[in-house]
Every structure is written in C-alpha cells, then in structure tokens.
Design a protein. Structure first.
Length: 265
C-alpha cells in the first residue's frame, strides 16, 4: 500500500532549487494584522519568500502561525497589511488568491471525505490558471504521491493519515502554484511518513515551486528551509537560518532576546 511517497532517500536541507531568490521577493507580506474580536492573533508581521525559495515559520502554540497563512490566502480577514505576489496586490478572496498562483495545504488536510481521491484532485485542477502549461503534469504529481493513483476511486475518508496528506499536497500542486503554503504537514504522521513527505517536497521545490512552511517541529524546519522566521505572540522575533541554534530559538519562545543575525526589533 502506498503509505509513503515515491522517494527513498531521507530529506536533505533544501538549497532552494529553481531560480535564485528575488531581491524584492516573489511573495511579499508587510504589516499583516489579524484579530479575532479583541484578540490580536497576528500583529504587524512582515516577511518575504523569493523565487524557488523554501522559507519556514516556527513558533510555539498560539503564536499566530496558522492565522498568518490563512490571512495570506484570504481565508480569514486581514485587519491590516499588504500581501503581494510578484508585486501585484492579492485579492482577499481565497479562490482568487489560488488563481493568482498560490495554494495551501491546511492543517488537518481538509479533504472531502465522502468524495473519491480523484474527485478531490479535480478540485485542484479546476483552479489552474488558464493559458499556461502546468509546471507539474498529472503523471508527475502521481509519481511523487503514488497514493493518488493507487486509491483514485476510493473515498478520501477511508485513507490513512499519510495517504490523505499525499492527496492534500497533490490537490494543491494540481492548481499549479508558484508558492505552496503548508500548515503542519507532519501533524499526526509517523517519522517514516514525515521523512518521505519532506523528500517529495524537496523534489517539488527543485522544480521551481517556492514553499512557505509552518511547522511545530522547529529543528526539522530550520534544517529543511533556507531561512525561517520565529513567530512569538503574533510578532516575528527574528529571522533564523541553519546556523541558528535551537537554544536561541527556544529561548525566544520564552521571551529572551534573540542573539541571531537578522533580528527584528
């Protein structure tokens, strides 16, 4: 059974395959704020993701990581801030954001359990931009995530967690994004499945798809991404990279001042 994706090697730190990061960023987020009633979940967050870059956002529970991704995608209202893709402001409606060139794999996968795998995947194809050939063909996506072909006619709700994650990522890729957002893709998966999923993501990135990754596993994220933002209390504390120690990151979680380069006030 295709529990793992079609990658045998363990993931190695991404080198940001594809074009070098843009000086101005492929995705630019500035002054982003999200509030739920009087509770400020995201408070003035700014960051960039370059062409073909792999960027992480790490932080403790309740830091505002998921809210940041949801606001970028237009799934929750942006109280303030600017989100641009290739310099063009992104609309606030998620379906228009997808057609602009971004896709998201949400926490918990959010498949339609009563629909077949093939029907779930078709939703991704329907969101493709017209007038351009997709970066990954259907066959290439199926080769990366074999559960999508093996269980094409099975209802998505009957798949294991690892198989569902394959379908969720494949669905997002079939919309042909320039930037793929992932929220906790390792959640609830065994270490073996996590390794295979991240190996597939590395191959996706090598084809030129930029990745913005939110993960609870900070050490794995720092190793996988070229750089990462440390988010605490709805604010970015500093920008980390593979040289940043876990001691520095964990200290920031508990309010200590960062001692890494790229600190933000």
């Amino acid at each position: 059974m295709s529990e793992t994706v079609a990658c045998s090697a363990a993931p190695t730190p991404s080198t940001g395959g594809g074009p070098a990061p843009s000086a101005h960023g492929l995705l630019e987020v500035s002054g982003l704020r999200v509030a739920y009633g009087r509770a400020q979940a995201v408070d003035g967050v700014s960051f960039t993701v370059g062409e073909g870059e792999v960027v992480g956002i790490v932080g403790p529970n309740g830091a505002g990581k998921s809210s940041t991704l949801l606001a970028v995608m237009g799934e929750v209202r942006r109280a303030a801030g600017d989100v641009r893709l290739r310099g063009v402001p992104l609309p606030g409606r998620p379906e228009n954001v997808v057609r602009s060139g971004m896709a998201m794999v949400p926490e918990g996968r959010h498949l339609f359990p009563s629909m077949t795998v093939q029907e779930n995947l078709q939703l991704g194809r329907l969101a493709r931009r017209r007038g351009r050939a997709p970066r990954l063909s259907d066959d290439e996506v199926a080769a990366l995530f074999p559960a999508t072909a093996e269980f094409a006619r099975r209802r998505a709700g009957l798949l294991s967690g690892g198989q569902q994650q394959q379908v969720a990522i494949a669905r997002a890729l079939l919309s042909d994004p320039d930037v793929l957002l992932l929220d906790e893709p390792s959640l609830g998966l065994s270490p073996t499945i996590v390794t295979s999923v991240f190996s597939a993501l590395e191959r996706v990135n090598a084809l030129g798809v930029a990745i913005l990754l939110v993960e609870q596993r900070a050490e794995m994220t720092l190793e996988f991404c070229s750089r990462s933002y440390v988010l605490v209390g709805g604010r970015i504390r500093f920008e980390a990279d593979r040289r940043t120690s876990m001691e520095t990151v964990m200290a920031a979680y508990f309010g200590a001042e960062p001692v890494a380069s790229g600190s933000q006030p």
